[in-house]
Design a protein around this ligand. Structure first.
Ligand code: SF4
Length: 193
C-alpha cells in the first residue's frame, strides 16, 4: 500500500542526509514532483562565479577555506567561466566603468542563473556615495539575495547561500519561461538566452 513519505532523513551512521522531497512510495516505486527533484539537485550544487573586486572578496576566500568550507553546501567548485557557473557572487565595490563588464559576465551565464550581492558596496555602493561608484548592482542586473555588512562575515555569506538554496529549491521549472521573468530581464535591457 502506498503512503506519503515524511521529509526527515537520517542514516544508521548518524550522518545527516538531505531530506527527500515529499512524495508517494510503494513497493519498488517512489513518485514525486519533477519540480521538487530538480530544485533539490540544483540547490545543493550551486557553482559560484566569484566576481570579487575588493575587501569583501577576502571574506569569500575565508568562506571557501577549510574553517567555513562551502563544500559542505555543494558549492566548492568556483568557476571563472560564466558558462559553467550558476551562482554569480558579486563582492566588492563596483565602479561605473566596471558595470558593463559585470553585466557581460551575467549575460554570458546560461539559465538558470542566480545572483548574490555580497556586502554594502555591491548592494548599495556602501560608503562610496561618489560619482564613480555604482550605487548597487541591481541597477544593472537582477539580484536574488542581498548580504549586508561591511564586510559581511563568512557566516553571513553562508547564510546568503542558504537563503538562495531555499529560493532555488522552490523555484518552478517554468519560471524562466514566464512573461514575468522575461519582463524582469527586459526591464534591465537583457534578452533571455
Ligand atoms: S562593503 Fe566594505 S568590506 Fe565590502 S568591499 Fe565595500 S568597503 Fe570593502
Amino acid at each position: 500500500m502506498s503512503e506519503v513519505i515524511d521529509n526527515n532523513v537520517s542514516n544508521h551512521s548518524g550522518v545527516k542526509l538531505v531530506a527527500a522531497p515529499t512524495g508517494v512510495e510503494g513497493p519498488g516505486f517512489f513518485a514525486t514532483n519533477l519540480d521538487q527533484v530538480v530544485g533539490l539537485a540544483r540547490s545543493k550544487s550551486l557553482w559560484p562565479l566569484p566576481f570579487a573586486t575588493s575587501c569583501c572578496g577576502i571574506e569569500f576566500m575565508a568562506t571557501m577555506a577549510s574553517t567555513y568550507d562551502i563544500a559542505r553546501f555543494g558549492s566548492e567548485r568556483p568557476s571563472f567561466s560564466p558558462r559553467q557557473a550558476d551562482m554569480l557572487m558579486v563582492m566588492g565595490t563596483i565602479s561605473k566603468k566596471l558595470g558593463p563588464v559585470l553585466r557581460q559576465v551575467y549575460e554570458q551565464m546560461a539559465e538558470p542563473r542566480w545572483v548574490i550581492s555580497v556586502g554594502a558596496c555591491a548592494c548599495s555602493g556602501g560608503i562610496f556615495d561618489t560619482y564613480s561608484v555604482l550605487q548597487g548592482i541591481d541597477k544593472i542586473i537582477p539580484v536574488d539575495v542581498y548580504v549586508p555588512g561591511c564586510p559581511p562575515r563568512p557566516e553571513q555569506i553562508i547564510d546568503g547561500i542558504m537563503k538562495l538554496q531555499e529560493l532555488v529549491k522552490n523555484e518552478s521549472l517554468r519560471r524562466r519561461n514566464t512573461p514575468e521573468y522575461k519582463a524582469l530581464l527586459a526591464s534591465y535591457g537583457i534578452t533571455v538566452n
